[in-house]
Structures are given as structure tokens and as C-alpha cells.
Design a protein around this ligand. Structure first.
Ligand code: 6GU
Length: 236
């Protein structure tokens, strides 16, 4: 998988992607992250990439020319071109899965008040938001997209089961996890997890997932695939 990032702040990508699983995926050649500096495609002495908005209003807007030129110089063929914007489609695991099936994706990082609409109209194919809050720029969202897509690629995360059993992937939030020691500062690990009864453990985990989802994300319950047992448990 090749990620093409177009940004005014390429230095933001230097450190954050150089640890743990994403770094290992880069080292193994499972992913490539090409970062292009949009400012390299400006033509004035100051490297001007933003300008005042027509119609007036607060905040600068990213100019179309450098972004189009950066895209034309660095992108090939018909790949999804994401634009990070709070006005985009919400990033969900389903969208992440769809993106992971593409051999390459481009991510244009919006910044300042936003980008000239012609970038959305004539260049980006997929405006994406990472949630209902406003960030200063699209660099962190781009890294979030790269991280979420990377861990779905074959061989990147140790066991396919750990990806398949994830929070959200299953439609429910994940059950609690424990490791050693069995007792820590008076807090103990639930007995059932030490019992070796796999059916009981599965049942306990399923119920904890249901409880947590009901408490923090009841909206997920309407789309999760629930058994009659699940429904009975939720009904209390
Ligand atoms: Cl993708 N960009 C910005 N600037 N803010 C956001 C966002 C993206 N997603 C949520 N908030």
C-alpha cells in the first residue's frame, strides 16, 4: 500500500509514524508513505499557499494552484484522493476497510479555515472527517487514516484474529483486558478469566462487550449483529 500525503507541514509526518507497528510495516516494505510539500509547488518568493476568502470572513483559505500542481506531480492513475475536512464523510471502520482494499491512496491535508472548494470539486474524490470536533489541520487526521488502514493490511498485525475481534470491527466495543499480575494494588482479575473454561470466558467477554456498548455507544446496538441471548441479556 502506498500512501501519498500532500501537506503544508511535511515535518509533522517525520516522527509520529516512526514507532511500533506502522514503523515496522514501513521497514518491511508493506507500506510506503510519500510526503509531498505543497509549498514546493508555489511560484512566488514567499511560497504563498493561502489567501483571503472571496466574500470576506475570518480565516485564510488554501489556494487551489499549488495543491493541484502537487497532485499532478506526485499522483498516478485512479486512486482515491481523500481530503481531510470537518465537512467530510465520517471515518468509520467500514470506510477504513474500503480504503485498505485500494493499492494506493492520496491524502490532501486541509489547513487554516479550509481549502478552496475547487480542490474538493476537481481533485479530491473523498472528503473525510475523523469526528465531530474541529482541529487546526488535517495532518493528524491523515496519520489516523494511515494508522487505521495499515493495521488491516495482510501481515501487518501479528494475528488476523486480533484484527477481526477488535472493538467496532465486531460492531460492539471490546471487552476488558487483563494481564499479569492477577492482583495489583488490591484490584483483582475477574475469576472467570483464570478458570480455563473457554465457553464461560467467551460468554463473560460477550456480556462485557454488550454492557460497555450499552453504556458508552448505545447507537452501535442498532446495527450490531445480536443473538437472542444478547438481546435477553441487554433487556436485563
Ligand atoms: Cl479531517 N480536519 C480538521 N481540520 N478538523 C477535523 C477533521 C479533519 N475531522 C474532524 N475535525
Amino acid at each position: 500500500m502506498r500512501f501519498h500525503v500532500l501537506t503544508l507541514f511535511p515535518e509533522a509526518f517525520a516522527q509520529p509514524l516512526q514507532f511500533s507497528i506502522v514503523a515496522r510495516a514501513v521497514q518491511r516494505g508493506q507500506i510506503n508513505i510519500d510526503v509531498a510539500d505543497i509549498r514546493d509547488y508555489t511560484h512566488d518568493a514567499h511560497g504563498t499557499a493561502d489567501d483571503y476568502q472571496f466574500g470576506g470572513g475570518h480565516g485564510m483559505v488554501m489556494k487551489p494552484e499549488p495543491v493541484f500542481e502537487a497532485a499532478e506531480a506526485t499522483l498516478s492513475a485512479q486512486i482515491p484522493v481523500i481530503l481531510t475536512t470537518p465537512q467530510g464523510e465520517l471515518l468509520t471502520q467500514k470506510l477504513v476497510e474500503e480504503l485498505a482494499s485500494s493499492p494506493a491512496i492520496a491524502i490532501i491535508c486541509g489547513h487554516y479555515a479550509g481549502v478552496d472548494e475547487r480542490i474538493a470539486e476537481g481533485l479530491a474524490t473523498r472528503p473525510v472527517s475523523i469526528g465531530d470536533y474541529v482541529l487546526t489541520g488535517g495532518e493528524l487526521p491523515a496519520m489516523i487514516i494511515i494508522d487505521a488502514v495499515t493495521r488491516l493490511l495482510p501481515g501487518v498485525v501479528g494475528s488476523p484474529e486480533s484484527v477481526a475481534g477488535d472493538s467496532i470491527t465486531t460492531g460492539l466495543l471490546q471487552h476488558p483486558l487483563y494481564t499479569r499480575p492477577a492482583e495489583f494494588r488490591g484490584m483483582t482479575v475477574p475469576e472467570v478469566l483464570l478458570s480455563g473454561h473457554h465457553a464461560e470466558i467467551d460468554r463473560w467477554r460477550r456480556r462485557k462487550s454488550l454492557e460497555r456498548t450499552l453504556e458508552h455507544r448505545p447507537d452501535l446496538l442498532s446495527t450490531a449483529s445480536l443473538t437472542n441471548d444478547d438481546r435477553r441479556y441487554l433487556a436485563g
